[in-house]
Design a protein. Structure first.
Length: 367
């Protein structure tokens, strides 16, 4: 195997692929990246057995075919440390990989390509093509609500649901729920649901860098595969049953508050400074035309904000974890937001004022 490549052309896919590779591995070959040269194309593959990422680069100069695995982190650090305009020459010589650029020479240990695990080619039960910008928006709008290391393992990921003309993402950690839907030309009659693990979702979002480009998605029984011009991403699915999110969406809230998103966000942020650091609780007091936000902590410190809102119903006092409210306001983009409440023990529904494609549910706190 022998090829020559510009540093920039190698570094971009290498950084993304190395992002999948875990630092601490049980199998030594899993901390390596698989390099394969075929014709005029170099492919780089990284995996942690859950998520696999393949990056492809066209080589400008003739190359000798071959395949080998080398330590991902070391190869990436070498590339990063070379000058930006460097031409890198890579050659396999008796089970060592020689990397040369200008006056720099590196010899890397290798492991045979046959040791490298690759994701099985599963049968795709559903294939669709989406705009990268759309899929990225779905993930950005809901990803923050995914659970982290919850014993209910099916919450440590995101539900992707595809039905006729619609793709929907739902994430929840049991205290809050985020949902975003988008129209898409899928031509699919029955509902298809998969749970993509947290790491898979975060890696997928990193790949969707071209808002106008397309991404082809294949949903199989055990895998999801996403392919763009330069990458093929495969992730195992979480085998579990996602909660029935339709039942979680609050119905019949009679107290509808319209407020300025930025003003609310700033008021919540200021009040949060003096909330209990562990529980992050704040109290909302709703009255005609105004919202009072209060926080206090074990040191007997207090914060209070008053903010004008568009509201004419009865008064209500309710507590929330302020971090959850700030997360929601952070991903919204409209000037006005709508908050729907019913009583102090019921969840709140947050939406953008003129847009129903995203809905957020936050459970109240007892203060």
């Amino acid at each position: 195997m022998h090829f020559s490549i510009q540093r920039e052309a190698l570094l971009k896919p290498l950084q993304l692929v190395a992002g999948v590779v875990e630092r601490r591995q049980t199998l030594p070959v899993l901390s390596n990246v698989l390099l394969v040269v075929q014709g005029q194309q170099l492919s780089l593959t990284g995996t942690d057995l859950e998520v696999e990422l393949v990056g492809r680069v066209q080589l400008e100069e003739p190359a000798e075919p071959g395949e080998i695995t080398v330590p991902a982190r070391k190869l990436m650090d070498i590339c990063k440390s070379l000058p930006a305009d460097a031409q890198i020459d890579v050659r396999l010589d008796e089970q060592k990989l020689l990397v040369k650029a200008g006056r720099s020479r590196f010899t890397l240990s290798t492991l045979p390509a046959s040791d490298f695990p690759t994701a099985e080619e599963g049968h795709g039960s559903l294939t669709c093509t989406l705009a990268q910008g759309k899929l990225r928006r779905l993930i950005e709008r809901t990803g923050f609500a995914m659970a982290q290391q919850d014993v209910r393992y099916y919450l440590n990921g995101m539900l992707l649901e595809v039905s006729t003309g619609l793709i929907r993402a739902v994430a929840t950690d049991g205290h809050r729920l985020a949902m975003c839907s988008m129209t898409a030309d899928l031509g699919q009659a029955d509902k298809h649901q998969v749970i993509v693990p947290r790491k898979g979702i975060l890696e997928l979002a990193r790949l969707l860098t071209d808002p106008d480009g397309t991404v082809s998605i294949v949903l199989g029984m055990h895998h999801i595969r996403a392919t763009t011009g330069e990458f093929t991403f495969t992730s195992k699915l979480v085998d579990g049953k996602f909660p029935d999110y339709e039942r979680v969406l609050p119905k019949g809230g009679d107290k509808v508050v319209l407020g300025d998103r930025q003003a609310l966000k700033e008021a919540f942020s200021r009040t949060a400074i003096l909330s209990n650091e562990k529980y992050r609780g704040i109290r909302l007091q709703l009255g005609a035309g105004q919202l009072k936000i209060q926080a206090n902590n074990p040191e007997q410190e207090e914060a209070e904000e008053e903010i004008s809102v568009d509201y004419s119903g009865g008064s209500l006092e309710i507590g929330f974890n302020v971090s959850y409210l700030l997360d929601v306001l952070g991903v919204m983009t409209t000037e006005q937001v709508r908050l729907v409440l019913s009583d102090s023990n019921s969840s709140a529904l947050l939406q953008e004022a003129d847009n129903d494609d995203s809905s957020y549910v936050v459970m109240p706190m007892r203060l």
